[in-house]
Design a protein around this ligand. Structure first.
Ligand code: PLP
Length: 374
Protein backbone atom coordinates (compact mmCIF):
# COMPACT_ATOMS: atom_id res chain seq x y z
CA UNK A 1 0.00 0.00 0.00
CA UNK A 2 1.31 3.45 -0.84
CA UNK A 3 1.75 5.46 2.36
CA UNK A 4 -0.70 8.29 2.81
CA UNK A 5 1.62 10.08 5.19
CA UNK A 6 5.25 9.75 4.10
CA UNK A 7 8.06 9.74 6.65
CA UNK A 8 9.95 12.48 4.82
CA UNK A 9 8.49 15.19 2.61
CA UNK A 10 11.27 17.54 1.56
CA UNK A 11 10.63 21.14 0.50
CA UNK A 12 12.58 22.19 -2.56
CA UNK A 13 12.66 25.51 -4.44
CA UNK A 14 10.16 25.99 -7.25
CA UNK A 15 11.16 24.67 -10.69
CA UNK A 16 11.27 28.28 -12.06
CA UNK A 17 13.73 29.28 -9.35
CA UNK A 18 16.05 26.36 -10.06
CA UNK A 19 15.76 27.05 -13.79
CA UNK A 20 16.75 30.68 -13.27
CA UNK A 21 19.80 29.60 -11.26
CA UNK A 22 20.73 27.02 -13.86
CA UNK A 23 20.57 29.70 -16.58
CA UNK A 24 23.04 31.76 -14.54
CA UNK A 25 25.32 28.74 -14.25
CA UNK A 26 25.23 28.19 -18.02
CA UNK A 27 26.00 31.86 -18.58
CA UNK A 28 28.95 31.79 -16.20
CA UNK A 29 30.12 28.48 -17.73
CA UNK A 30 31.08 27.41 -14.18
CA UNK A 31 29.42 24.16 -13.04
CA UNK A 32 31.58 22.99 -10.17
CA UNK A 33 35.02 23.62 -8.53
CA UNK A 34 34.21 26.48 -6.15
CA UNK A 35 32.20 28.79 -8.43
CA UNK A 36 30.14 31.89 -7.59
CA UNK A 37 27.21 29.95 -6.11
CA UNK A 38 29.54 27.95 -3.87
CA UNK A 39 31.09 31.21 -2.62
CA UNK A 40 27.66 32.73 -1.98
CA UNK A 41 26.41 29.60 -0.23
CA UNK A 42 29.40 29.30 2.12
CA UNK A 43 29.10 32.99 3.05
CA UNK A 44 25.38 32.73 3.71
CA UNK A 45 25.74 29.55 5.78
CA UNK A 46 28.56 31.16 7.81
CA UNK A 47 26.23 34.10 8.45
CA UNK A 48 23.42 31.78 9.52
CA UNK A 49 25.56 29.80 11.97
CA UNK A 50 27.40 32.93 13.22
CA UNK A 51 29.93 32.51 16.08
CA UNK A 52 32.86 32.97 13.68
CA UNK A 53 31.89 29.93 11.60
CA UNK A 54 34.07 29.06 8.60
CA UNK A 55 32.46 26.78 6.05
CA UNK A 56 33.49 24.18 3.48
CA UNK A 57 30.83 22.60 1.31
CA UNK A 58 31.09 18.91 0.38
CA UNK A 59 29.38 16.43 -1.91
CA UNK A 60 27.73 14.58 1.01
CA UNK A 61 28.25 14.19 4.76
CA UNK A 62 29.96 10.81 4.41
CA UNK A 63 32.68 12.59 2.44
CA UNK A 64 32.51 15.50 4.89
CA UNK A 65 33.39 13.13 7.73
CA UNK A 66 36.00 11.50 5.50
CA UNK A 67 37.65 14.89 4.95
CA UNK A 68 37.55 15.77 8.65
CA UNK A 69 39.19 12.44 9.52
CA UNK A 70 41.90 12.99 6.88
CA UNK A 71 42.53 16.51 8.13
CA UNK A 72 42.54 15.84 11.88
CA UNK A 73 43.42 12.25 12.79
CA UNK A 74 46.91 10.78 12.70
CA UNK A 75 47.55 7.04 12.71
CA UNK A 76 50.42 5.27 14.43
CA UNK A 77 51.42 2.28 12.29
CA UNK A 78 52.94 0.52 15.33
CA UNK A 79 49.75 0.16 17.38
CA UNK A 80 45.98 -0.03 17.26
CA UNK A 81 44.28 3.18 16.16
CA UNK A 82 41.03 3.58 18.05
CA UNK A 83 38.36 6.20 17.43
CA UNK A 84 35.54 6.58 19.94
CA UNK A 85 32.03 6.79 18.51
CA UNK A 86 28.50 5.68 19.43
CA UNK A 87 26.88 2.55 18.06
CA UNK A 88 23.56 4.41 18.11
CA UNK A 89 24.02 6.32 14.85
CA UNK A 90 24.02 5.97 11.08
CA UNK A 91 26.56 3.86 9.18
CA UNK A 92 28.47 6.71 7.50
CA UNK A 93 31.04 7.45 10.23
CA UNK A 94 31.92 3.85 11.00
CA UNK A 95 32.40 3.11 7.31
CA UNK A 96 34.71 6.09 6.87
CA UNK A 97 36.81 5.08 9.88
CA UNK A 98 37.10 1.44 8.86
CA UNK A 99 37.95 2.43 5.26
CA UNK A 100 40.74 4.69 6.52
CA UNK A 101 42.23 1.96 8.71
CA UNK A 102 40.92 3.03 12.13
CA UNK A 103 39.16 0.78 14.64
CA UNK A 104 35.91 2.38 15.79
CA UNK A 105 35.25 1.81 19.49
CA UNK A 106 31.55 1.92 20.25
CA UNK A 107 30.36 3.65 23.38
CA UNK A 108 26.89 3.52 24.88
CA UNK A 109 24.38 6.37 25.04
CA UNK A 110 22.89 8.19 28.00
CA UNK A 111 19.43 7.01 28.98
CA UNK A 112 17.90 10.50 29.10
CA UNK A 113 19.61 12.32 26.26
CA UNK A 114 20.19 9.33 23.94
CA UNK A 115 23.52 11.04 23.21
CA UNK A 116 26.95 9.32 23.50
CA UNK A 117 28.02 8.57 27.07
CA UNK A 118 30.94 10.77 28.09
CA UNK A 119 31.49 8.63 31.20
CA UNK A 120 32.18 5.54 29.12
CA UNK A 121 34.40 7.48 26.73
CA UNK A 122 36.50 8.86 29.59
CA UNK A 123 36.94 5.42 31.12
CA UNK A 124 38.03 3.90 27.82
CA UNK A 125 40.47 6.71 27.04
CA UNK A 126 42.01 6.46 30.52
CA UNK A 127 42.64 2.74 29.99
CA UNK A 128 43.84 3.07 26.37
CA UNK A 129 45.66 6.41 26.35
CA UNK A 130 48.21 5.49 23.71
CA UNK A 131 45.82 3.95 21.22
CA UNK A 132 42.98 6.44 20.91
CA UNK A 133 43.37 8.84 17.96
CA UNK A 134 40.17 10.83 18.13
CA UNK A 135 36.47 11.10 18.88
CA UNK A 136 33.64 11.02 16.35
CA UNK A 137 30.82 12.38 18.46
CA UNK A 138 27.26 12.50 17.12
CA UNK A 139 24.48 14.93 17.76
CA UNK A 140 21.96 12.08 17.68
CA UNK A 141 19.01 12.82 15.34
CA UNK A 142 20.53 16.28 14.79
CA UNK A 143 19.62 17.29 18.34
CA UNK A 144 22.28 19.43 20.01
CA UNK A 145 23.95 17.40 22.78
CA UNK A 146 23.51 18.99 26.20
CA UNK A 147 27.01 17.89 27.26
CA UNK A 148 28.85 19.27 24.26
CA UNK A 149 30.97 21.66 26.35
CA UNK A 150 32.05 18.76 28.58
CA UNK A 151 33.04 16.82 25.46
CA UNK A 152 35.08 19.78 24.24
CA UNK A 153 36.88 20.04 27.58
CA UNK A 154 37.48 16.30 27.72
CA UNK A 155 38.87 16.19 24.16
CA UNK A 156 41.14 19.14 24.89
CA UNK A 157 42.45 17.61 28.14
CA UNK A 158 43.04 14.26 26.41
CA UNK A 159 44.64 15.94 23.37
CA UNK A 160 42.17 14.26 21.00
CA UNK A 161 40.58 15.69 17.86
CA UNK A 162 36.80 16.02 18.22
CA UNK A 163 34.71 15.67 15.06
CA UNK A 164 30.96 16.07 15.52
CA UNK A 165 28.57 14.34 13.14
CA UNK A 166 25.61 16.75 13.24
CA UNK A 167 24.10 15.30 10.06
CA UNK A 168 20.45 16.25 10.51
CA UNK A 169 21.20 19.18 12.77
CA UNK A 170 21.49 22.23 10.54
CA UNK A 171 19.13 24.72 12.18
CA UNK A 172 19.28 23.04 15.61
CA UNK A 173 20.41 24.91 18.71
CA UNK A 174 22.54 23.71 21.64
CA UNK A 175 20.92 26.28 23.87
CA UNK A 176 18.39 28.92 22.98
CA UNK A 177 20.14 31.17 20.46
CA UNK A 178 23.31 29.03 20.12
CA UNK A 179 23.18 27.32 16.72
CA UNK A 180 24.75 23.89 16.33
CA UNK A 181 27.83 24.18 14.10
CA UNK A 182 31.04 25.37 15.71
CA UNK A 183 31.72 22.92 18.54
CA UNK A 184 34.64 20.51 18.61
CA UNK A 185 37.24 20.82 15.88
CA UNK A 186 34.47 20.79 13.32
CA UNK A 187 30.85 19.76 12.80
CA UNK A 188 29.54 18.04 9.69
CA UNK A 189 26.01 18.56 8.38
CA UNK A 190 24.30 16.45 5.73
CA UNK A 191 22.20 18.26 3.13
CA UNK A 192 20.64 15.04 1.90
CA UNK A 193 17.02 15.20 0.73
CA UNK A 194 15.93 13.54 3.98
CA UNK A 195 17.23 16.41 6.16
CA UNK A 196 15.25 19.53 7.15
CA UNK A 197 17.84 21.67 5.33
CA UNK A 198 18.52 19.89 2.07
CA UNK A 199 19.91 20.34 -1.42
CA UNK A 200 19.58 16.71 -2.64
CA UNK A 201 23.09 15.41 -1.98
CA UNK A 202 25.47 17.74 -0.16
CA UNK A 203 27.16 18.62 3.09
CA UNK A 204 28.77 21.37 5.13
CA UNK A 205 31.89 21.12 7.25
CA UNK A 206 31.83 23.98 9.74
CA UNK A 207 34.51 25.12 12.16
CA UNK A 208 35.84 28.20 13.86
CA UNK A 209 39.29 27.11 12.71
CA UNK A 210 39.95 28.88 9.38
CA UNK A 211 43.17 26.95 8.81
CA UNK A 212 41.34 23.62 9.18
CA UNK A 213 38.62 24.68 6.75
CA UNK A 214 41.23 25.81 4.24
CA UNK A 215 42.92 22.37 4.54
CA UNK A 216 39.60 20.60 4.03
CA UNK A 217 38.92 22.66 0.92
CA UNK A 218 42.21 21.43 -0.53
CA UNK A 219 41.62 17.81 0.51
CA UNK A 220 38.21 17.80 -1.17
CA UNK A 221 39.94 18.75 -4.42
CA UNK A 222 42.41 15.85 -4.46
CA UNK A 223 44.73 17.67 -2.04
CA UNK A 224 45.75 20.20 -4.70
CA UNK A 225 47.27 23.52 -3.74
CA UNK A 226 47.61 25.00 -7.21
CA UNK A 227 49.63 22.33 -9.05
CA UNK A 228 51.07 20.65 -5.95
CA UNK A 229 49.32 17.83 -4.11
CA UNK A 230 49.83 18.67 -0.44
CA UNK A 231 47.89 15.80 1.13
CA UNK A 232 46.14 12.61 0.11
CA UNK A 233 42.66 13.88 -0.58
CA UNK A 234 39.62 12.85 -2.53
CA UNK A 235 36.98 14.42 -4.76
CA UNK A 236 34.23 15.80 -2.54
CA UNK A 237 33.30 19.07 -4.22
CA UNK A 238 29.72 20.31 -4.24
CA UNK A 239 28.29 21.31 -7.62
CA UNK A 240 27.10 24.84 -8.36
CA UNK A 241 23.48 23.81 -8.84
CA UNK A 242 23.36 22.26 -5.36
CA UNK A 243 24.88 25.42 -3.89
CA UNK A 244 22.27 27.50 -5.70
CA UNK A 245 19.53 25.30 -4.22
CA UNK A 246 21.14 25.74 -0.80
CA UNK A 247 20.96 29.54 -1.08
CA UNK A 248 17.27 29.28 -1.97
CA UNK A 249 16.65 26.89 0.93
CA UNK A 250 18.04 29.35 3.46
CA UNK A 251 15.26 31.79 2.63
CA UNK A 252 12.44 31.13 5.05
CA UNK A 253 14.29 28.23 6.70
CA UNK A 254 13.85 29.58 10.25
CA UNK A 255 10.10 29.74 9.71
CA UNK A 256 10.05 26.16 8.45
CA UNK A 257 11.90 25.02 11.57
CA UNK A 258 9.38 26.80 13.77
CA UNK A 259 6.58 24.91 12.01
CA UNK A 260 8.41 21.59 12.52
CA UNK A 261 8.88 22.42 16.20
CA UNK A 262 5.16 23.09 16.59
CA UNK A 263 4.41 19.59 15.27
CA UNK A 264 6.87 18.12 17.76
CA UNK A 265 5.26 20.08 20.61
CA UNK A 266 1.89 18.59 19.73
CA UNK A 267 3.27 15.03 19.59
CA UNK A 268 4.95 15.59 22.96
CA UNK A 269 1.82 16.97 24.59
CA UNK A 270 -0.39 14.12 23.43
CA UNK A 271 2.00 11.15 23.61
CA UNK A 272 3.58 12.04 26.96
CA UNK A 273 0.16 11.33 28.46
CA UNK A 274 0.69 7.71 27.37
CA UNK A 275 4.04 7.61 29.18
CA UNK A 276 6.10 7.95 26.01
CA UNK A 277 9.40 9.80 26.38
CA UNK A 278 11.26 12.20 24.12
CA UNK A 279 14.89 13.23 23.67
CA UNK A 280 16.36 16.01 25.81
CA UNK A 281 16.71 19.30 23.90
CA UNK A 282 14.69 18.09 20.89
CA UNK A 283 12.47 21.17 21.19
CA UNK A 284 15.45 23.28 20.07
CA UNK A 285 16.31 21.04 17.12
CA UNK A 286 15.49 21.32 13.43
CA UNK A 287 13.21 18.29 14.06
CA UNK A 288 14.27 15.94 11.29
CA UNK A 289 11.54 13.65 12.64
CA UNK A 290 10.02 13.03 16.07
CA UNK A 291 11.61 10.15 17.95
CA UNK A 292 9.55 8.62 20.73
CA UNK A 293 10.55 5.92 23.21
CA UNK A 294 7.73 3.70 24.46
CA UNK A 295 7.56 1.65 27.67
CA UNK A 296 8.34 -1.69 26.02
CA UNK A 297 9.61 -3.07 22.74
CA UNK A 298 6.17 -4.70 22.30
CA UNK A 299 4.57 -1.23 22.49
CA UNK A 300 6.99 0.09 19.87
CA UNK A 301 6.31 -2.86 17.58
CA UNK A 302 2.55 -2.44 17.99
CA UNK A 303 2.82 1.29 17.20
CA UNK A 304 4.88 0.65 14.05
CA UNK A 305 2.37 -1.98 12.91
CA UNK A 306 -0.69 0.19 13.58
CA UNK A 307 0.84 3.21 11.84
CA UNK A 308 1.69 1.13 8.81
CA UNK A 309 -1.86 -0.25 8.72
CA UNK A 310 -3.16 3.33 8.72
CA UNK A 311 -0.93 4.43 5.87
CA UNK A 312 1.64 6.24 8.02
CA UNK A 313 5.32 5.71 7.26
CA UNK A 314 7.33 5.54 10.51
CA UNK A 315 10.82 4.22 11.24
CA UNK A 316 12.75 2.62 14.05
CA UNK A 317 16.04 4.56 13.98
CA UNK A 318 18.78 3.63 14.67
CA UNK A 319 19.49 -0.03 14.35
CA UNK A 320 22.70 -0.06 16.42
CA UNK A 321 25.86 -0.47 14.40
CA UNK A 322 27.21 -3.26 16.64
CA UNK A 323 24.25 -5.40 15.48
CA UNK A 324 25.68 -5.42 11.94
CA UNK A 325 27.73 -8.61 11.50
CA UNK A 326 30.05 -6.93 8.99
CA UNK A 327 31.50 -4.65 11.68
CA UNK A 328 32.09 -7.41 14.23
CA UNK A 329 35.82 -7.96 13.64
CA UNK A 330 36.47 -4.37 12.54
CA UNK A 331 35.22 -2.59 15.66
CA UNK A 332 35.39 -2.81 19.48
CA UNK A 333 33.00 -2.07 22.28
CA UNK A 334 34.22 0.16 25.10
CA UNK A 335 31.86 -1.53 27.55
CA UNK A 336 28.27 -2.72 27.66
CA UNK A 337 25.92 -1.13 25.15
CA UNK A 338 22.81 -1.90 27.20
CA UNK A 339 21.20 1.53 26.97
CA UNK A 340 21.73 1.61 23.20
CA UNK A 341 20.01 -1.76 22.89
CA UNK A 342 17.17 -0.82 25.21
CA UNK A 343 16.42 2.53 23.52
CA UNK A 344 16.77 1.02 20.03
CA UNK A 345 14.24 -1.66 20.88
CA UNK A 346 11.61 0.83 22.09
CA UNK A 347 12.04 3.75 19.73
CA UNK A 348 9.74 4.85 16.94
CA UNK A 349 10.43 7.85 14.73
CA UNK A 350 7.36 9.69 13.50
CA UNK A 351 7.02 11.83 10.39
CA UNK A 352 7.49 15.59 10.63
CA UNK A 353 7.09 17.77 7.54
CA UNK A 354 7.64 21.50 7.07
CA UNK A 355 3.94 22.17 6.78
CA UNK A 356 2.29 19.16 8.31
CA UNK A 357 -1.48 19.45 8.49
CA UNK A 358 -3.19 19.16 11.86
CA UNK A 359 -5.24 16.40 10.30
CA UNK A 360 -2.12 14.31 9.58
CA UNK A 361 -0.82 14.92 13.08
CA UNK A 362 -4.18 13.83 14.51
CA UNK A 363 -4.18 10.65 12.41
CA UNK A 364 -0.78 9.72 13.82
CA UNK A 365 -1.60 10.61 17.43
CA UNK A 366 -4.97 8.85 17.38
CA UNK A 367 -3.50 5.73 15.79
CA UNK A 368 -0.93 5.50 18.58
CA UNK A 369 -3.48 6.22 21.30
CA UNK A 370 -5.85 3.58 20.00
CA UNK A 371 -3.17 0.95 19.78
CA UNK A 372 -1.74 1.61 23.26
CA UNK A 373 -4.82 2.32 25.31
CA UNK A 374 -6.14 -0.75 27.10
C1 PLP B 1 24.12 10.59 11.55
C2 PLP B 1 24.41 10.59 10.08
N1 PLP B 1 25.67 10.76 9.67
C3 PLP B 1 25.98 10.78 8.36
C4 PLP B 1 25.02 10.61 7.40
C5 PLP B 1 25.43 10.57 5.95
O1 PLP B 1 24.99 11.68 5.26
P1 PLP B 1 25.08 11.74 3.67
O2 PLP B 1 23.92 10.98 3.15
O3 PLP B 1 25.00 13.20 3.36
O4 PLP B 1 26.38 11.16 3.28
C6 PLP B 1 23.69 10.44 7.76
C7 PLP B 1 22.66 10.25 6.74
O5 PLP B 1 21.49 10.12 6.99
C8 PLP B 1 23.37 10.43 9.15
O6 PLP B 1 22.12 10.25 9.57
Amino acid sequence: MKSKIPFIKPSFPKAEEITADYMRIIKSNWYTNFGPFEKKFTEEVAGYVGQGAQVATAANATLGIDLAVRALLVKNQETDNYVIMPSFTFAAGVEVLVSQGYTPVFIDIDVNTWQPSIKQAKRFVEQNKDKVRGILLCNVFGVGGVEVDDWENFAKMAGLPLIIDSAAGFGSEYKEGVPVGVKGDCEVFSLHATKPFCVGEGALVVSRNAELVARIRKLQNFGFNDQVIEGIGTNAKLQEINCAIGCRQLVGFSKRIQARRRTLVRYKKELSKLGASFQRNDELSAVAFASVVFHTSENAEAVLGALSQNGVEARSYYRPLHFQPIFKDKTKQADSLDVTEMIASRIVSLPVHDNMSEEDQTTIIDTIKTCLEP
